[in-house]
Design a protein around this ligand. Structure first.
Ligand code: HQG
Length: 184
């Protein structure tokens, strides 16, 4: 069952973060999509979903990637977007002293030149613990954990946001605030 849930979670991430148009879905600016339209769009691609299955995937998701609206009719990804249809108004938060970013060694030369930038997503994603950062970095190759002097950035006027699932977001981390941390 978990494998099936993971597969649906990947599908939901793709349509709710990156390509709603691939199943004829429209998201509002806060990222919400009608669950009914999602089910219809998925069915056109031969993917059978129903409301109960979607609710179970949302509830059991390891990183709490998705949320369902209080009226139960809509769903959204809580962070990670690249689609221009969405510009969630995240609330600004004071970050902890240190945040972490996991990347892969092959990106380091470019990061050392320009700092951390969002690439295809809307924000740079940061986590409060190095273990999570390691897992994120491992997706792309040999992991490198970067330690971000978040509080100093904040004190200098950089803006931080926190998504509902705890992931920290910011637009750019200049190299002066980045140090390489040992891999846990
Ligand atoms: C790297 C997952 C070259 C950056 C994770 C990363 C996260 C640069 C890659 C969430 C760079 C972008 C996001 C620069 C940054 N030059 N490379 N200047 N600046 N990069 O996937 O942060 O499981 O878009 O280090 O857990 O890896 O999907 O971002 O390696 O929270 O929910 O460019 O996605 O969550 O990759 O991951 P991504 P990310 P989910």
């Amino acid at each position: 069952m978990q494998k099936h849930y993971n597969e649906i979670s990947k599908f939901l991430s793709y349509v709710l973060r990156h390509s709603p148009e691939s199943i004829g879905l429209t998201l509002d600016s806060e990222g919400w999509a009608s669950i009914e339209s999602l089910i219809i769009g998925a069915a056109k691609q031969g993917r059978e979903l129903n409301k109960q299955l979607i609710e179970s995937v949302v509830e059991n998701n390891d990183k709490k990637r998705f949320a369902i609206s209080t009226d139960g009719l809509k769903i959204r990804a809580v962070q990670g977007h690249s689609t221009q249809q969405v510009s969630i108004e995240f609330s600004e938060q004071k970050p902890p002293a240190i945040l972490y970013h996991g990347t892969a060694s092959r990106f380091m030369a470019s990061i050392l030149a320009g700092g951390l930038t969002p690439q295809s997503r809307q924000y740079v994603h940061l986590s409060a613990d190095p273990a999570t950062a390691r897992q994120v970095g491992e997706r792309y190759g040999l992991p490198v954990i970067l330690k971000i002097d978040a509080l100093t950035m904040y004190q200098q006027g950089f803006i931080f946001y926190q998504a509902e699932n705890g992931v920290w977001l910011t637009k750019h981390v200049p190299i002066t605030f980045i140090a390489q941390a040992p891999c846990p």
